[in-house]
Design a protein around this ligand. Structure first.
Ligand code: UDP
Ligand code: MG
Length: 317
């Protein structure tokens, strides 16, 4: 059997300090796998510059001129790491490959685990998901919020494994299926698990970022989680319905009770405090629920406009 052509996608946002070393290290990994006869020598890297404002793109151009197995594209502005991954997947599908792995530009994920991904792929798995062994390198805040996110997602019925990251291999078959999904904000972590293809897991170690700072701001993380939830689960909307029903029931019972008191015992209920508390609590719950519905309306709004997912400024093939 012919050895598979592997494409490695690397999203880069202001990674001038990392990118050269990352590319060099990844070629070491690819060459080792080629020597071991596990992948095809035509295997390549695909970098997506997510609208960097530093010299990332200049470095990528230089790397491409030295080696045509470094392919790349640049976005016109910063669209975020999910869009960069998506663009990479669409591009390698066009260029051609048998399987594709995505990995971060800072090589925090152990790059030598790529061999394990390939081994699983060779056994016939279409999706191989990377699972972090631990979160030693994350701050306590990120650790807690990330865990909370996975727990909520699982409660809402989106079965993504805890500590799954965007370090994953997918086969060309999964790529073809992905092409049939035209959603604007495709949440990749949820998407590939929902497809139902044969999935394997590889556990890997996380290292410190070797240069530069994290490119994920708190706002970006919140946006990613909200889009993950609203594009994969409508359970929050159902919870609102049930909550609304229970509240109405409660109101009805309390109402009947006070009418009875008034008529039979001539006892008008007093209780300003109770009224104020109930007003605030229910007012708050209602606003919160309107907010949740608003998130979904926003999601529909974005999808309905069907704007391009991203705009390419340049491409190196
Ligand atoms: N990234 C991106 N666009 C963004 C933010 C991040 O393409 O708007 C890339 C970044 O260059 C890196 C990967 O996504 O390759 C993960 O980002 P980072 O390492 O900063 O996140 P962390 O490891 O702190 O979660
Ligand atoms: Mg990182």
């Amino acid at each position: 059997m012919n050895k598979p052509i592997l494409a490695v996608i690397i999203p880069c946002y202001n990674e001038e300090l990392c990118i050269e070393r990352t590319v060099k290290t990844l070629f070491e990994v690819l060459n080792t796998l080629i020597e071991k006869d596990k992948i095809n020598p035509d295997s390549y890297l695909y970098l997506v510059d997510d609208g960097s404002s530093d010299s990332t793109w200049e470095i990528i151009k230089k790397l491409h001129s030295e080696n045509k197995l470094v392919k790349a594209q640049k976005f016109i502005r910063n669209y975020g790491n999910q869009k960069a991954l998506l663009a990479g997947l669409e591009a390698v599908r066009e260029i051609g490959c048998d399987c594709v792995i995505s990995i971060d530009a800072d090589l925090q994920q152990d790059e030598w685990s790529i061999e394990k991904f390939i081994d699983e792929y060779s056994k016939g798995f279409d999706i191989v998901s990377g699972i972090r062994n631990d979160r030693k390198t994350d701050t306590l805040f990120k650790k807690t919020t990330a865990l909370l996110f996975y727990k909520i997602m699982n409660l809402l019925g989106v079965k993504i494994p805890v500590n799954h990251s965007d370090y994953r291999l997918i086969s060309s078959r999964a790529l073809e299926l992905m092409a049939q999904y035209h959603e604007n904000s495709l949440f990749l972590r949820g998407f590939f698990h929902e497809l139902g293809l044969k999935t394997a897991y590889v556990h890997f170690d996380v290292k410190q970022r070797f240069a530069g700072k994290s490119k994920f701001s708190l706002v970006k993380l919140i946006e990613l989680s909200l889009s993950g939830i609203t594009s994969f689960s409508i359970v929050p909307l159902r919870i609102i319905t049930v909550l609304g029903f229970l509240m109405a029931l409660f109101g009805f019972v309390v109402g009947v009770e006070s009418v009875i008191e008034k008529i039979f015992y001539n006892n008008s209920p007093n209780g300003m405090t109770t009224t104020i508390i109930l007003l605030c609590v229910f007012g708050g719950i209602q606003l919160f629920c309107v907010g949740i519905i608003g998130e979904y309306v926003g999601q529909v709004y974005r999808e309905v406009k069907a704007r391009p997912r991203y705009i390419k400024e340049a491409e190196l093939k």
